[in-house]
Design a protein around this ligand. Structure first.
Ligand code: F6R
Length: 242
């Protein structure tokens, strides 16, 4: 695993964006696995700037997002589809049909999950998967559990995740209780993984995930078994690593 410690959020974002841009330069028709949440926003802003400056094109890029709240329509302003449109897709030359986010309104979540994994395989698999890190160690919405879920599936959100995400909703009651998420198997199948994390509040979970035992109670710890992981964090988030 390669670790880049950056001075602050903006240099962390630039570093993460440069790794994503390098992937696009190397393979213009690559498949990017994308994440939402507050951490990658700065990296998306940088990618948009490079696109506007003519340095980068998404014309052949394909994307598959990690997750979506179950029950939210794509037009809902807290849906992850909406987030991706506002933070990246609406500002670059990516083709709409090349962007994929699980369907939060799927009537049959099991079928939706199987279809999503099939779609990723049909694209040729994910070249670079971008991840954030939950305070409880979740990646995607794979919450602490007694085993690793393999494929894309419906999950009940942990109370701590609902608490962490209520800042984006009018009230805690409005936070969806379930989500569709890529499974740990889907994530681990990516050829390379870029995890971004910032803030001292995540220092303990970063240490548990990357220097603790590999256990499903800390879902991100499974990344220690992946052959090609890059961790990009700011000083605070990486402050408890040896
Ligand atoms: C988002 C996702 C989540 C977030 C995590 C961290 O698509 O899958 O795992 O990456 O909850 O969120 P932030 O970045 O808001 O701290």
């Amino acid at each position: 695993m390669r670790i880049y410690q950056c001075a602050d959020y903006s240099s962390m974002s630039r570093k993460a964006a440069s790794i994503i841009a390098a992937q696009i330069q190397l393979k213009p028709d690559c498949v990017l696995g994308l994440a939402t949440g507050s951490t990658p926003v700065g990296a998306y802003e940088q990618l948009v700037r490079w696109y506007q400056d003519g340095e980068l094109s998404f014309a052949e890029v394909k994307t598959a997002n990690l997750d979506e709240y179950y029950g939210l329509a794509p037009e809902h302003d807290q849906s992850y589809r909406y987030f991706m449109q506002k933070n990246l897709f609406d500002h670059v030359d990516i083709k709409a049909e090349n962007t994929h986010v699980p369907n939060g309104l799927a009537g049959d979540p099991e079928k939706e999950g199987a279809g999503y994994d099939h779609m990723i395989r049909a694209l040729g698999g994910i070249d670079l998967q971008l991840l954030g890190l939950g305070h409880n160690g979740h990646i995607g919405f794979n919450e602490p559990a007694d085993c690793y879920p393999v494929g894309t599936h419906l999950v009940d959100l942990a109370a701590s995740t609902i608490e962490a995400n209520k800042r984006f909703f009018a009230s805690e009651a409005d936070v969806p209780r379930q989500a569709l998420t890529m499974g740990i198997g889907t994530i681990m199948n990516a050829r390379s993984i870029l995890l971004v994390v910032n803030g001292a509040a995540k220092a303990d979970i970063v240490r548990a995930a990357f220097q603790g035992p590999v256990v499903p109670q800390v879902p991100a710890s499974v990344l220690q078994l992946h052959p090609n992981v890059v961790l990009v964090g700011d000083r605070g988030a990486l402050s408890k690593l040896d």
